[in-house]
Design a protein around this ligand. Structure first.
Ligand code: GDP
Ligand code: MG
Length: 171
């Protein structure tokens, strides 16, 4: 069986949970301490996606960049050639949703054919939610993207968001 390889970038502001989502998806782990990633970390995970009565094996190369303050300088080399992106916002911080426009526009400029999906993360912090779902839906309509409520902490929605993107990458 052949395996298809695709590059996927995690995009979003500092501390929205990009590294935690990758960690949950790849290792099924979560850490409350801040996991500072230095530079770019590439993790991989292979998923089996049902397609035309068979399974296709897709290896997602998950690119995770540390330090949003340096993003401007490295973003073109980070995003270039990516097949897909997971855009992450933090449901407890409205500015992280507003900033998704910038990441999406950078992505569409550097990799016009890239598929994207939105992860509205930290859904477990139910008493701290500051973003109405209608606000998330406005972005999904504008960019014709799907979104999932996720929690890297509990794992809720995490498989769904990565697997949905995997299916888009095989279209
Ligand atoms: P990054 O800068 O986007 O990579 O964010 P991190 O993955 O380092 O997460 C930033 C902080 O938020 C860390 O303290 C994480 O433990 C925490 N965090 C990440 N995802 C979640 C989540 O879904 N729920 C909760 N409660 N905390 C989270
Ligand atoms: Mg990180």
């Amino acid at each position: 069986m052949t395996t298809i390889n695709k590059k996927v970038c995690l995009l979003g502001d500092f501390a929205v949970g990009k590294t935690s989502l990758v960690r949950r998806f790849v290792y099924n782990m979560f850490d409350d301490k801040y996991i500072s990633s230095i530079g770019v970390k590439v993790s991989r995970k292979t998923v089996q996606i049902p397609q035309a009565n068979a399974f296709t094996s897709l290896t997602m190369m998950l690119w995770d960049l540390a330090g949003s303050e340096r993003f401007d300088q490295v973003k073109s080399s980070y995003i270039r050639g990516t097949s897909g992106a997971i855009l992450v916002c933090d449901l407890t911080r409205p500015e992280t949703l507003a900033n998704l426009h910038i990441y999406i526009e950078d992505l569409q400029y550097a990799s016009p054919d890239a598929r994207l999906i939105i992860a509205a993360n930290k859904s477990d912090l139910v008493n701290e939610q500051q973003i109405a779902l209608t606000e998330v839906e406005k972005i999904t309509i504008r960019y014709e993207a799907s979104y999932y409520l996720t929690s890297a902490k509990t794992g809720s929605g995490v498989e769904n968001v990565f697997r949905h993107l995997a299916r888009l990458l095989l279209e």
